[in-house]
Design a binder for this molecule. Structure first.
Ligand code: SF4
Ligand code: SF4
Length: 147
């Protein structure tokens, strides 16, 4: 039996969002994955149908769906550069769990590479190992909300 490898961030990591919105902005194109249950909640919040949400605010990548970006700036279509995220309470899991994504947590190098575009990384609040792992594995934030 092999010993379980201790994760490099076992002592925790610092993160505190500066609200700079860099992660929601262009200029590069990105993907903002959104699931069907998230779309149902978001459509309800926007007071439109799921079909309207899909048609006007999302695009398909194979079997998955992403929120679209502004064609020129490549900002997320729901970003208001002055006020921030216009759908904050209904933003998808991807936005809620940043920067504690598995890809960013593979190694200190990956974490510090993410820090190059996110000034909130390595500053402010210390997240302990349990909190990090909970966010890294989180899939269904909306289940708690619906209870
Ligand atoms: S880039 Fe980082 S600090 Fe800036 S808004 Fe996004 S999470 Fe917050
Ligand atoms: S949904 Fe909100 S938090 Fe997520 S990328 Fe768009 S503006 Fe940013």
């Amino acid at each position: 039996m092999t010993a379980k490898k201790i994760k490099w961030y076992v002592a925790g990591l610092h993160f505190e969002c500066t609200q700079c919105s860099a992660c929601c902005c262009g200029p590069e194109e990105g993907v903002i994955w959104i699931t069907k249950p998230e779309m149902i909640l978001l459509a309800d919040f926007l007071d439109i149908t799921v079909d309207e949400l899909q048609k006007n605010y999302t695009k398909k990548y194979g079997l998955r769906t992403s929120i679209i970006e502004h064609p020129k700036t490549k900002d997320c279509i729901f970003l208001d550069r002055q006020k921030g995220c216009r759908i904050y309470n209904f933003r998808p899991n991807q936005c809620r769990t940043w920067p504690f994504w598995t890809a960013n947590l593979e190694s200190p190098h990956d974490w510090n590479t993410a820090a190059l575009k996110c000034p909130g990384i390595n500053r402010g609040r210390l997240y302990n190992f349990k909190e990090i792992e909970k966010l890294r594995k989180q899939k269904n934030w909306h289940e708690k909300k619906q209870k």
